[in-house]
Design a protein around this ligand. Sequence first.
Ligand SMILES: [Zn+2]
Length: 491
Amino acid sequence: MRNFAALLAVTLLGAYISVAQTKKAPVEAIKQADLKRDLFTLADDHFRGREAGTLDELKASVWVAEEARKAGLEPAGDDGTYFQFFSLNRERVSDRSTVKIGDRSFNLWKDVVVYEPAFATVNAPIVFIENPDTVAEATIQGKVVALQFTPQGLTDPRKSIPWRYNAFVISAWARKLAAKGVKAILFVSDDLAEQAFPRATQYSNRGSYQIEGSMFPSRRLLKDIPIIWVRKEALDLVRKPGQHLDAAIYTELFTYPSVNVVAKVKGTDAMLSKEYVLFSGHQDHDGVRNIEGATDSIFNGADDNATVSVALLAIGRAFHQQPGKRSALFVWHGSEERGLFGSTWFAEHPTVPRESLVAVLNGDMIGMNNPDSAALLGVVPPHLNSGDLVKIALQENAKGPKFKLDTTWDKASHHELWYFRSDHLPYARKNIPAIFFSTLPHPLYHTPGDEAATINIEKLTKMTRWMYATGFSVANAANRPRLEPGFKLER
Ligand SMILES: [Zn+2]
């Protein structure tokens, strides 16, 4: 009897504490050791960089789902499972494609890059030009226009980063030249573009991806006018008077499965549990890319975005220990890196009623840079879509980690357009209150050097606790966060 009485007292005390605690999130439930263990597992070579549309992404997604199950989360995907599959349509340049300049045949993905998929056979003279802005239509119409990469006239800060520079120059000129009736566009590296050439072979060979109903109708610059890029050593050959291009470019089409992992912790309130706070991240990254001269081929994406993938597991464990009044929904989106496809799909086909999503707390890359600084996006107009939600996040930062918040990356004028590059975006476009937690890019961003060992685990823990405390507060608030009246993004 004594024991029973003691047990009853403890149980009542426990109930009292849990009621009292609903005011403040028990952030200690987020354990640094769990985050570290999971991060080193998910960002390990075992998962081969988790590339969207490959078995590696599926294998990583199964691991995430199994950890979610072990954490006590319920399945919330399709048909009572943890998964929501969707189809990824892929177009890529076929290896059968051939490029010949004069008498020389070029090896695809070794000494020539076909920049994007196209169907075209081109047999035409090459006109080498100095200035793509002033070249007369009559000079290049029906011919192959060739030019060397040049930063001339480009003010964008990205021009100094080799692997951004090439894309930037190509997109600056391709459409303008195509409009003058050319058969093909032939770029020759300058010194800066040459540095990016090995990387470009491993990106352009992927081709382009699409899902049904995507917000990006096509990422292609041109349709069936090939954009061909050769190394600097070919400059003299290309410039030779009377030179000729003979190219046959083919495209292959595939459909691959990709997948969102979806799980939930039911809320405690009879009515409010029908509403959801959505915690969002992406489990995919860039896979295996054999870049000439690189010492590693696996892009483990530890910061991008194993950090948030494991943060969501930790937040799930905390909600399982102490649920909020509203339910918590966890979505690990697939195919983020190929164009925000998992989140686009889920926002279009949510597995719970869309109007029941009260807020989206997305994270992408939360474990790098200065230990005391971070960014919250969706705060600066026109990206601000819910002042209520932002207020809660800022209050939780003040109570907890006290990060100095960098707001420059949230500005519409920021050249990286960071706000438009992660999974909160499709939800914001559906007028769901949404914010984006990030510790911003760094020199290892999208390189094989983004490894678990470089992550600041203490900072990752603080960021995870901040996301959790924000979501916990939203889950227990009397009212759902309101959408900003007249919310409209600038693009
Ligand atoms: Zn990412």
